[in-house]
Design a protein around this ligand. Sequence first.
Ligand code: PEP
Ligand code: MN
Length: 728
Amino acid sequence: MIILLEPQADAKAVSAALQGLGLWTRQLEGEREPAILEVEAHSARVEPAAVLALPGVAQVRPRRSQHPRVDAMPRTFALRCGSGLVIRFGEEAVLAAGPCAVESPEQIQQLAALVASSGARLLRGGAFKPRTSPYSFQGAGAEALRWLAEAAAAHHLGVITEVMSELQVDAVAEVADLIQVGSRNMQNFALLAAVGRKGKAVLLKRGRGASVEDWLMAGEHLLAHGAAWVVFCERGIAGLSNETRNTLDLGAVALLRHAHKLPVAVDPSHGAGRRDLVVPLAKAGVAAGADLVLVEVHPQPALAKSDGPQALLPDQLLQLAAGLGLQPLEEPPAIGTAHTSRLPEFYKKSVEERRRQLARTLGLSADAQRYLRHGGLDMAIADRMSENVVSTFALPMALGLNFRVNGRDHVVPMVVEEPSVVAAASNAARMVRATGGFRGDATTSVMTAQVQMDHVPDTAAAAKVIEERRRELVAIANEAIPRMVARGGGCVDLDVRVLDAENGLLVVHLYVDVGDAMGANVVDTVAERVAPMLQEWVGGDIGLRILSNLPLRRLVHVECDVGADFLGGEELADGIARASRFAEMDPFRASTHNKGILNGIDAAAVALGQDWRAIEAGAHAFAGLSSQYRPLCTWQRTEKGLHGVLEMPLAIGTVGGSTRAHPGVRTAMEIVRVDSARQLAVVMAAVGMASNLAALRALAGEGIQQGHMRLHARKSELDPHLGKAGAA
Ligand code: PEP
Ligand code: MN
């Protein structure tokens, strides 16, 4: 029996408690927490449930496996890349592409642009190359690591690069988001230990002559020494054919993914050794279960310094990416050309001058320009948007300026009644802009539908039936939403949760990729369609069938750095970091902290026709997911200033809802200029982050009242009851 402990468990105490049950254990070696205990053969027979009941015990595995840490590794993992990108392995198809070897800064920059435009998320490229002949190109070395990191950062990609020796581990770990251990080093145990100690995610290539068991054991070495996570990469083993470089063992891909439930990558480039077979083998790899496809690409394969014959041509990479259903992350702006969001002294201009400058800068359509001039809402449209309508109600539409997000400028329309929200966000965005702007990413737009079932006679059996008929249920769900499926979305997965076994309360979650829509209607349709089916299978009564406003598979992640000099000094930076810590420790403060974030997000949400109540509900539920209500955005001191990170669910859409019906929303969409709901989510989250930064800066500095009240005073002048006297 193998016993996995909980993260903070005291191994000695657990072992003593086990001895009390008659179990003699030995702690498996390795430097990693939590510890693993192995039960010795001369122990008494004890039911696993009794062991599981002991404090500190996380899991009990009945049979002895040689690789308990590999067995316990989760299949999905969020890889947070240095460039700010977050990749959720196991939940989305991921493509990694790049040259065999990084040859020059120009070569890797050119390829990074291509890779990013294809929709691939990771840039590969070797700085240190394992070559069969000592006379072949051995890689450009440490310098190439820098070129690779710069190219990835410029194009918002993660980095995979190979480490060949213990001496290179530090340098490689510095730039690699996924450290590659090559085929030839799969059983270099000293290297595996050194790589593991870095605590990062590792891509472990299978040795050319390695059995699956040896490969899994190599993964165990990495994990035992502290690796965060291991992706097993099949790249071909020794075979009988001379026509391919290796034999790509797709059986092993399927085995690891489906039987061992491990994260798997496939490298058809080294598997085939020839360009014409790479794309078909990549697709076969995905069909077999690979989460990640790793391919080599070169703009001029004939001139490549290594592995030219297997490098895809740029067009082939684009075809492969499209075949995998990837969406290019950053398409060129739909309207006009690249524009700036930096409009200095905009606030000093008259409203009419501002409109003209905006229209010029963004190349606004005639419709949008007309809307800006007159604002408002046609009564006929208003009457169709709600019930019992008697009038329309107006609020100011303003512009959040200076936003730079993932290398692109965005002017953000904001509608809010509170003074200082827009100025504060624009101000903070200007400070962040000086260090490159915001970086971020959103998951695919997967919404959650819930179906409640009550009085189910046997919830455990019901859960099993639903799990077993998962594919059938997903197919039924998709029949209800053919148009979404045709657009590339649809139901992708489901979960079963037993909430109360005694009373037969069970809830089924259906996960639906809603593409660029907010998706509430789509998931509600799905929930209603599958409910009768569920009832037929498991009995009981159908309860609610509705979306959850806590869409945990629809998250946005944004980061930024801001220099202390731009903030107004080290003291302010310290003060903001302390304020962030305060919010982390205290729900009373976290509530106000999060309100500051939502100041910005809600203002953009209203302008852009989004359901801000859904956003609020999701944000607060997410903040309260752990035992304590937490801040959605946190700030830490860095050498140069502050590093901020924000993560939250954000269910918003760029199609459907009021995006088309309301001319103000159409205009706002034209102004913000995004190509997808995911991109909009990142921009909106950046606005939240800027609002938070501005609020903390004011609070840590002069206090909120001074600046805030100046703007309030201006508004109070308009109060017919207070007049100027009221403002004073
Ligand atoms: C590579 O990916 O560049 C490489 C050398 O791969 P492998 O270790 O699979 O030969
Ligand atoms: Mn290669």
